[in-house]
Design a binder for this molecule. Structure first.
Ligand code: GDP
Length: 450
């Protein structure tokens, strides 16, 4: 298929020493005589004049020509490096439009690189993350993903999975014939091994997502416990509504604070209580979904009414799972009224006593957040990952676990389906899954002979 030709200014808006216009399309070699005043060699910088339709000089500078498929997009690419003037760059874009290009959509060069198999989906996303990186750690992690580190590890798991699918599907297709099939024990072992690798990969991906997106912290608790006040005290901005009437924070407010080099996204949630008010009920529903997506839950309790000595007793049943997963910290607030000592007052789950009003204990709480980030963070050797990737890894793991748990009872067809779905989820990460891969693998791995 012949793609249309796209053009865009590649350098940031405004004036600069150099400005770059990039063009990508299927047949750009023919454009060169109309565009510049001299012959151009592929992949070499040529100093030349950039010409208008009437051969007037628009600018002079360097031209780079990368014939496809050996280019970023896989198509012919022309890069014009002229003076960094918005007017000149506009004229160059208009010249390309005259010659038949159209203005590129955001991300369209990377999209073409993906469609033409120059980058997988993770790498294409890493291009955007690298450009957007706001710390050295983030840049390094994006670079690791761009270099294919993450994709390679996903592919390793996919390969292992394909091998198991080959065994299972062979059992389906050739059960009548006299070939050796894998025993349930063998399958269980292999699935367990894959689960282990997937779990390791998820750990690394979670670190990557912390680098990229920060840690999500949901602040929850009964109405009037001081959630909004705590959020304001932590972020130092009056972004949440503080009120002495219970039940006023109906929406999820978001703020970002950077502590110890990690960004924390703080979400204030509606007070958790049963209510008949439909608006408030919606707020409570959102609070629960916010908690499920949070890396860390801060449960705020009023130290005047809570029995602080027993950390476990502070945690209502509905929070027990978060506590077991090490995602819950209890914040005993309003210690200025209860005269409790500021700081850590309990463990398992950790309990920090603070006053959102006087600021006592907040430093300890901040340190606790940073600590929690490090457990999840540890940014050495990380690659960039997004929540989409985490969700897909999680889904794949779910299917594998489902398959292994029910190995004895599951119909072979359903087992095969779980595995197929696991692979599909992983394939959605890199964007490279096709069922032909599997067929190819089956036929090359088995010597069936006909
Ligand atoms: P939310 O409903 O949990 O968001 O609670 P708010 O943050 O709106 O606070 C409820 C009331 O408690 C407000 O009047 C706050 O000023 C007050 N409050 C919050 N934290 C403290 C604290 O640490 N000490 C004292 N004395 N009052 C507090």
């Amino acid at each position: 298929m012949v793609n249309d030709t796209i053009v865009a200014i590649a350098t940031p808006p405004g004036r600069g020493g150099v400005g770059i216009v990039r063009i990508s399309g299927d047949r750009l070699a023919g454009w060169l005589p109309a565009l510049v005043d001299r012959a151009v060699r592929p992949r070499q910088a040529t100093h030349c004049r950039f010409l208008a339709d009437d051969r007037a000089i628009i600018d002079e500078g360097l031209l780079l020509f990368f014939p496809g498929p050996g280019s970023f997009t896989g198509e012919d690419v022309i890069e014009l490096q002229g003076h960094g003037s918005p007017v000149v760059l506009d004229l160059l874009v208009r010249r390309a439009l005259e010659l038949g290009a159209r203005v590129a959509r955001p991300g369209e060069f990377s999209e073409r690189a993906f469609l033409n198999g120059k980058l997988d989906l993770v790498q294409a996303e890493a291009v955007a993350d690298l450009v957007a990186a706001d710390s050295e750690t983030a840049a390094r992690a994006a670079q690791a993903s761009l270099q294919g580190e993450f994709s390679r590890r996903v592919r390793e798991v996919v390969e292992g999975l394909v091998a198991v699918r080959v065994l299972v599907e062979a059992g389906l297709d050739f059960s009548e014939e006299d070939i050796e099939l894998a025993s349930p024990e063998q399958l269980a072992m292999r699935l367990e091994d894959l689960e282990g690798r997937l779990t390791g990969l998820m750990g690394a991906a979670r670190q990557g997502s912390v680098i990229r997106e920060g840690l999500r912290v949901a602040i929850v608790g009964k109405p009037n416990a001081g959630k909004s006040s705590l959020l304001n005290a932590l972020s130092g901005v009056d972004s949440a509504i503080v009120s002495a009437l219970p039940g006023t924070t109906r929406d999820v407010v978001r703020d970002t604070v950077t502590l110890g080099g990690v960004a924390f996204q703080l979400f204030d949630t509606a007070g958790l209580r049963d209510t008949d008010d439909p608006v408030e009920r919606e707020g409570v529903r959102r609070a629960h979904s916010e908690m499920d997506r949070a890396d860390l839950v801060l449960l705020v309790v009023d130290s005047q009414v809570a029995e602080v000595r027993d950390a476990q007793a502070l945690v209502p049943e509905e929070f027990a799972a978060y506590a077991r997963a090490g995602r819950l910290t209890v914040v005993c607030n309003k210690i200025d009224l209860s005269l409790l000592t500021a700081g850590i007052v309990g463990s398992d789950p950790p309990v920090v006593a603070v006053s959102a009003v006087t600021g006592a204990g907040l430093e300890v709480l901040r340190n606790r957040l940073v600590e929690a980030a490090q457990v999840r963070g540890g940014t050495e050797g990380a690659f960039m990952a997004r929540r989409r990737h985490l969700a897909a890894l999680d889904k794949a793991l779910g299917h594998l676990q489902q398959a292994r748990r029910n190995l004895a009872t599951l119909l072979p067809e359903l087992l095969a389906e779980e595995l197929r779905q696991a692979q599909h989820a992983l394939g959605s990460i890199t964007g490279e899954f096709t069922s032909e891969d599997l067929l190819g693998e089956i036929f090359s791995g088995f010597c069936i002979g006909k």
